[in-house]
Design a binder for this molecule. Structure first.
Ligand code: NI
Length: 189
């Protein structure tokens, strides 16, 4: 298990689409363990493979630090943390949308309100390639959608208005140049 540097905004790897995983071998298990370590070390609640420079269709989530904010109906998912989602697909999304403040370990010190569907259904495989499907709302739906986006080369800043983005331009440039203070290992281009 090891902590790997997190790629920062501006790194082209964050803009690539990921590839489906056919099976989880020993090397991929190590990668997944490292993703969990890296996420926890950075005090994040989700991390996708491109954020450590890999293009497998995998993300990890651990929402247990958010347990106070979790709605009661999703409390039963807490014992399953951390979760590893291999080849996730969003199979349904609610018409009802919600605004929620998001951040990203690849875009440190920046939080913005993002509008997304309030509830979703997600299908995925676990590390043994067993299939699962969950219908979730609230924080879990939010985290799953944010991490799913990473697998498509999409960042949360893509969802905000061009006007808001123009206000953040300088900050984003600083981040892409590694001109930031963070208390976890990062790698800029
Ligand atoms: Ni992110």
């Amino acid at each position: 298990m090891a902590i790997r540097p997190i790629r920062l905004y501006g790194d082209p790897v964050l803009r690539q689409r990921t590839k489906r995983v056919e099976s989880v071998d020993a090397e991929l298990r190590t990668l997944i363990d490292d993703m969990i370590d890296t996420m926890r070390n950075a005090e994040g609640i989700g991390l996708a493979a491109p954020q450590i420079g890999r293009l497998e269709r995998i993300f990890v989530v651990d929402v247990s630090p958010m347990k106070e904010e979790m709605e009661e109906e999703f409390q039963d998912i807490l014992p399953q943390q951390p979760m590893v989602l291999v080849n996730p697909e969003l199979t349904w999304e609610s018409e009802l949308e919600e605004k929620f403040e998001e951040g990203c370990l690849s875009i440190p010190d920046l939080r913005e309100l993002v509008v997304r569907p309030e509830s979703i259904e997600i299908a995925y495989q676990d590390v043994t390639m067993q299939k699962h499907s969950h219908a979730v709302g609230g924080i879990l739906a939010r985290v799953f959608q944010h991490e799913y986006d990473h697998l498509e080369g999409v960042l949360f800043t893509d969802h905000i208005s061009p006007f808001r983005r123009s206000l953040l331009k300088r900050k984003l440039t600083e981040i892409s140049q590694g001109d930031i203070q963070v208390n976890y290992p990062v790698q800029s281009v």
